[in-house]
Design a protein. Structure first.
Length: 303
């Protein structure tokens, strides 16, 4: 049987000293199920005057999935959605043919010191839905199903597992779990999806006897589960789902099965044709092009 594939984080600075650990895409593994992007940010202390806001930026061909362990952020988008994101909730934004959004410190916290800690994932949309209408769906923490399974608390954030079904709507079979593994507990994770990976958020765990350090992702062999154990309490995220229906290209915030669509999106953003977030005027040029001009030979990365 194939062995575990361990993926180590790449540290990225998103600006203003706001750093994230990026696990996907990686050189050894570009996607797990529909997930083509996995960022873990924090725990980071937010203080009055800190500039960690994510200014308006565009997306196509994907859904952003935001989940907080601590803190808060304010989501606004070009559809007019305004939603404060709080711990335990799932926020699924379908970019489809194009959307613009920002993520900022809520006004009520501008003068506060607090901790921000969470994950943002991108799920590539199936080819049949890459150009679907954009939308935004907020599922509050209280609506996320949870249960104690084998003596272990489990939240089913997206998908189905252990006779629980998340209300979050997706475009393809998708799995996203939050597992609070107690010290010394043994947990048998079944093969809940064709592709699965395990990510320990705040401690070490063993996966089928193989040590897995915090901030390291273990992609399981396709179609298999795993036995999980930890000496100290650890929070684990499980991601996965059905394999992508073909390769994807990723450039900046754009995901598509067609390279030419990436070029179109770049031109649309440069011309500011992708919409606007009400009340926000900042414009981020395409990376490497200070005047927002997208050259025709833009490099794309297949997933």
């Amino acid at each position: 049987m194939d062995s575990l594939l361990l993926l180590h984080p790449a540290d990225k600075d998103l600006g203003g000293g706001f750093k994230v650990r990026r696990l996907l895409p990686a050189a050894k593994r570009r996607s797990v199920g529909p997930f083509v992007f996995f960022d873990h940010f924090g725990p980071a202390t937010e203080q009055p005057g800190a500039q960690h806001d994510v200014r308006p930026h565009p997306h196509i061909g994907l859904a952003t999935v935001t989940y907080l362990f601590e803190g808060a952020m304010m989501h606004r988008d070009s559809l007019g959605s305004v939603q404060e994101i709080l711990p335990g909730a799932i926020n699924w934004m379908t970019a489809g043919r194009g959307i613009v959004h920002s993520e900022r410190k809520p006004e009520r916290l501008l003068e506060s010191t607090y901790t921000n800690h969470g994950l943002q994932l991108w799920a590539a949309l199936p080819q049949a839905f890459e150009e679907t209408d954009p939308s935004f769906e907020h599922t509050p923490a209280a609506a996320i199903p949870e249960a104690v399974v084998q003596g272990v608390p489990v939240r089913v954030l997206i998908g189905e597992a252990f006779d629980l079904r998340s209300p979050v709507k997706t475009f393809a079979p998708t799995l996203y779990l939050d597992i609070a593994l107690p010290a010394g507990k043994r947990f048998e994770l079944p093969a809940l999806a064709a592709e699965m990976a395990i990510y320990p958020v705040d401690g070490d765990v063993s996966v089928d006897g193989t040590p897995l350090s915090a901030y390291t992702m273990a992609a399981l062999p396709d179609g298999t589960g795993a036995v999980l154990q930890a000496e100290a309490p650890v929070r684990l995220m499980v991601v996965g789902g059905e394999a992508l229906d073909g390769p994807r290209y990723i450039t900046w915030n754009f995901v598509s099965s067609r390279r030419e669509r990436i070029l179109e999106a770049g031109a649309d953003w440069a011309a500011q044709r992708m919409g606007h977030v009400a009340g926000e005027t900042e414009f981020i040029p395409l990376p490497g092009h200070p005047f927002g001009v997208q050259e025709p030979d833009v490099k794309t990365t297949p997933v």
